[in-house]
Design a protein around this ligand. Structure first.
Ligand code: 13P
Length: 251
C-alpha cells in the first residue's frame, strides 16, 4: 500500500506571529496544487490561529507542538485538544525529544497525550529516538521499541491508522549530524516490525514513519528514497522558506 509522504516543519520556539504568517503564506503558495505529498507546519501556540488562517484553502496542514491529556481543567500552562482544534490545528507533535529531555515527559505522559489527541480527532505525530549514549551502548532498538509500544498503549488498530511516527535520533537534532540513510532505514524498518508485532503487518504497512534530525535540502532526496522513510520532520531548515521549499519538493 502506497504511503503518502508527509513533510512536516516543526518551528519549535521560533517566529512571532508576523514572521510565522509570512512564512506560512509562502509555504501555502508553493504547495498549491500539490497532491502527491502532504505538508504540515507546527508554529508556536500563540501563532497557531493566524497561521491556520494564512494557509486556509491550501493543502498545508497545521499542528500544535504538544497537547494536554484532558479536554479542560486546572492545568496551568497546558493547551487542550479542543483549544488546538479551535485555533485551526488538525495535527499535533507528541513526545518530541525536547519535551522528553528538557521537560521530563515520560512514555506514560506521552501516551496519555496521544490517547486524548485521538479522542478529539487530532492526528498525532509520535516522536521516538535514542540518545547518543544509548546508541553507543547498542540500545537503540530497545529504547525505540519501548517508546513506541508504551506510547501507543491502548490505541486500537483502527485508530492507529491515523497515527504518524517520527524517528528522531536525539544526537541528530539540531546538530547538523544527520543519520546516514542506512542508519535511518535500519531503525525505520525495525519500527515497522514492532508495529507489525503490536498490530498487523498490513496495518504496519499503512503507517507513515517520518525521519527527523538535521534534514536539509542536500540530504532529503536520499533519505526519502529509503523504502521505510515516508517523510521528514524538519526543524532548523523549516524556518527558512528556501530550504523548506526544497525539502517539500524532494524528488
Ligand atoms: P533539526 O532539523 O533542526 O535537526 O530538528 C529536528 C527536529 O527536532 C524536528 O522535530
Amino acid at each position: 500500500m502506497a504511503r503518502r509522504p508527509l513533510i512536516a516543519g516543526n518551528w519549535k520556539m521560533y517566529l512571532t506571529t508576523a514572521k510565522a504568517v509570512e512564512l506560512a503564506e509562502a509555504v501555502a503558495a508553493s504547495c498549491a496544487g500539490l497532491s502527491d505529498r502532504e505538508v504540515m507546519i507546527a508554529p508556536s501556540f500563540t501563532a497557531l490561529t493566524a497561521v491556520a488562517e494564512a494557509v486556509a484553502g491550501s493543502p498545508v496542514r497545521v499542528a500544535g507542538q504538544n497537547v494536554a491529556w484532558e479536554k479542560e481543567g486546572a492545568y496551568t500552562g497546558e493547551i487542550s485538544p479542543v483549544m488546538l482544534q479551535d485555533a485551526g490545528a488538525g495535527m499535533v507533535i507528541l513526545g518530541h525529544s525536547e519535551r522528553r529531555h528538557i521537560f521530563a515527559e515520560d512514555n506514560a505522559m506521552v501516551n496519555r497525550r496521544l490517547l486524548c489527541a485521538l479522542q478529539f480527532e487530532l492526528t498525532p505525530i509520535l516522536c521516538v529516538g535514542e540518545t547518543l549514549a544509548e546508541r553507543e551502548q547498542g540500545n537503540t532498538f530497545k529504547v525505540v521499541e519501548k517508546q513506541l509500544s508504551q506510547g501507543v498503549q491502548g490505541v486500537a488498530g483502527e485508530q492507529m491508522k491515523q497515527v504518524v511516527i517520527a524517528y528522531e535520533p536525539v544526537w541528530a537534532i539540531g546538530t547538523g549530524k544527520t543519520a546516514t540513510k542506512e542508519q535511518a532505514q535500519e531503525v525505520h524498518g525495525s519500527i515497522r516490525n514492532v508495529l507489525a508485532g503490536l498490530y498487523e503487518k498490513t496495518l504496519a504497512d499503512e503507517i507513515r514513519i517520518l525521519y527527523g534530525g538535521s534534514v536539509k535540502p542536500d540530504n532529503v532526496d536520499s533519505l526519502m528514497a529509503q523504502p521505510d522513510i515516508d517523510g521528514a520532520l524538519v526543524g532548523g531548515a523549516a524556518l527558512k522558506f528556501e530550504s523548506f521549499d526544497r525539502i517539500i519538493h524532494f524528488s
